[in-house]
Ligand binder design. Structure first.
Ligand SMILES: [Zn+2]
Length: 230
């Protein structure tokens, strides 16, 4: 557990629907990223409240309002989130590309703890280095758990009626997106599909598909929480 001061089994989740307001994200005609991810976030919140009432849910935006990236990260820290889930939709210059993508932090500041044998020796003399090592350990835990959570979503989606057909296109990746790079807890950014792919975009705006996406995310979150309870 990253936050030892929290009561046992409390689990705080931040859901972050990307973009909002004048920032529509990716769009093609009536297929608009900021609207699609808001609807999925709503459905996810409702399903989680029903199936996992012990999870405290916070959402970075619940309407079409623009929220700066740093405020989204701030909310996650203020609420001492155990898990941060950002929702986005993708676009590509190729109309053929489709599928889900799960991103976790690229950790540009690679842990010195893992690289340097000397750091443990120097640490005895320097509070700054002790602090650096502590932060590296947090980053290491974050990276490991973010990957773990990504795999859980991928698995849940591969078992889903819709996801099963397209599971070969679902990929786990690393990228320095602001929200997953700057949060200190396990954080994953999910690209739910490609707006630039007509077939996928048409599915993404349907209630049924959004509900199935929310369902797969719910399963992954509940799995992840249960593992962190142990
Ligand atoms: Zn986006």
């Amino acid at each position: 557990m990253l936050f030892a001061s929290l009561p046992l089994f409390a689990f705080n989740l931040v859901i972050d629907p990307g973009h909002g307001g004048s920032d529509r994200g990716a769009y093609r005609g009536s297929f608009v990223e900021s609207e699609i991810v808001l609807k999925i976030a709503d459905k996810l919140k409702i399903e989680l409240q029903e199936k996992a009432p012990a999870i405290n849910i916070f959402v970075t935006r619940e309407d079409q309002r623009f929220i700066p990236l740093k405020d989204r990260v701030q909310l996650a820290h203020d609420k001492q989130a155990d898990l941060f889930l950002s929702l986005h939709a993708n676009s590509s210059t190729s109309a053929q590309v489709s599928g889900m993508e799960y991103y976790f932090s690229a950790q540009k500041n690679a842990p010195v703890f893992l690289k340097s044998k000397q750091s443990a020796e120097v640490a005895q003399n320097s509070p700054a280095i002790v602090e650096a090592i502590r932060n590296d350990l947090i980053d290491f835990g974050k990276t490991k758990q973010s990957l773990e959570f990504s795999k859980r979503i991928q698995t849940a989606w591969a078992q889903n009626e819709f996801g099963r057909k397209r599971s070969h296109t679902s990929k786990i990746r690393r990228a320095p997106f602001y929200v997953i790079e700057n949060t200190r807890m396990p954080s994953v950014l999910v690209e739910v599909g490609f707006i630039s792919n007509q077939r996928e975009a048409r599915k993404l705006i349907t209630d049924e598909y959004q509900t199935e996406l929310a369902h797969a995310l719910t399963e992954a979150i509940v799995d992840f929480k249960e593992k962190s309870d142990k």
